[in-house]
Design a binder for this molecule. Structure first.
Ligand SMILES: *Cc1c(COP(=O)(O)O)cnc(C)c1O
Length: 363
């Protein structure tokens, strides 16, 4: 594992001594199904509206720190007051700010692995102890009673719905129970919720649970990972803390303008989301039919698959087919697992054919 030089280890804050240097290796590939992006371009009419908004945005002034216009549109989308919304430079910034504002040595973050690895990373930056509660190792369903018992002792909880990388939803009845037992805040990370349908969103519980925080992003269903824009929905006093710790200009003027045009055009993403969901089900059926592959049902835009020689197959996909998928086989509980983003029908056909050929060769 890579580490900092001894000289720099002695200089960084002690809790960062074992931090891994950023790995700059980046493999451009013909077909990239590794990062759960929306692989469709933004729909035509929408792209024009984004371009027009960018063209009319002056660059000489600092951004509006709280993104008022965008915040109002997001609030309207969810039927909440603008005071219940805080916009950030991607969902990642807001996850970090969650730990920065509410974490620390005397706090504790409860996570339910396997889940998004950034939670533990941001907890480590913010010196926040992490507590882990389990899932069924075969179905990856939350062990609800174990999670509730741990949540009682944790100031902060984060659950992911649909979960990355396992794809399952968190039932809303369970979110409510969590909000009751957790004495601090419960974040529901809904980066992929559009692929499951708005009915599955915990946003509808915000009225009743002042300790609930819902995280959303424009990086997945909205196909705008490049602009770095996400937001949280929560009670106004919780939003005040998010707003107080943020870097005031983190969401730049171009991102605010593009995000506003995208959120205003949200109805036009429905057909794209439908196509991805239909492809997800087609891929699920195709992969399930292969006796060498185990695939879990997913409500997101990716599938988790387990197969023999997973790491090797992932390398050969990259090197021989120029296709990138994500290797999770090193992660506890995910031995032999790869995560494949659902792409366009052509991309999916190619990855299915390549996987099948490689499984034959590696047998
Ligand atoms: C992608 C993702 C996010 C947020 O991503 P951003 O691009 O920073 O908005 C948050 N949580 C999970 C689980 C994700 O997969």
């Amino acid at each position: 594992m890579a580490r900092l030089s001894d000289r720099v280890r002695a200089l960084v804050q002690p809790h960062l001594a074992d931090i891994e240097p950023y790995d700059p290796s980046f493999t451009p590939c013909r077909i990239n199904l590794s990062a759960n992006e929306n692989t469709y371009p933004v729909p035509d009419g929408v792209r024009e509206r984004v371009d027009a908004a960018l063209a009319s945005t002056p660059l000489n002034r600092y951004p509006d720190p709280m993104s008022h216009a965008l915040r109002a549109e997001i609030a309207a989308r969810h039927g909440v007051a603008p005071a219940c919304v805080c916009v950030g430079n991607g969902g990642d910034e807001l996850l970090y700010n969650y730990l920065l504002a509410f974490g620390g040595r005397a706090s504790q973050l409860l996570v339910c692995p396997p889940c998004f690895s950034e939670y533990e990373f941001f907890a480590s930056l913010a010196q926040t102890p992490v507590r882990r509660a389990g899932r069924d190792p075969r179905t990856f369903e939350l062990d609800e009673e174990a999670v509730l018992a741990s949540a009682h002792w944790s100031k902060l909880t984060v659950v992911t719905s649909p979960n990355n990388p396992t794809g399952g939803l968190v039932p809303l009845s369970f979110v409510e129970r969590l909000c009751h037992v957790c004495r601090g805040l419960v974040m529901v990370d809904e980066a992929y919720i559009e692929f499951a349908g708005e009915d599955a969103s915990a946003a509808q519980l915000l009225d009743r649970h002042p300790n609930l925080v819902v995280l959303r992003t424009l990086s997945k269903a909205f196909g705008a990972a490049g602009i770095r824009c996400g937001y949280v929905l929560a009670a106004p006093d919780v939003i005040e803390a998010f707003a107080a710790v943020r870097q005031i200009y983190s969401v730049n003027v171009l991102s605010q303008a593009a995000a506003l045009a995208l959120v205003e055009s949200r109805a036009e993403f429905a057909p794209v989301v439908e196509r991805i969901v239909a492809e997800r089900e087609r891929m699920f059926a195709a992969l399930s039919a292969d006796p060498r592959v185990k695939v879990w049902p997913s409500r997101a835009n990716f599938l988790l698959v387990r197969m023999p020689m997973a790491s090797r197959i992932r390398e050969r996909l990259r090197d021989e087919y120029s296709m990138l998928v994500r290797d999770f086989s090193y992660a506890p509980g995910l031995e032999g697992c790869l995560r494949i983003t659902v792409g366009t029908p052509e991309e999916n056909d190619e990855v299915l054919a390549a996987l099948s050929a490689l499984l034959d060769e590696e047998a």
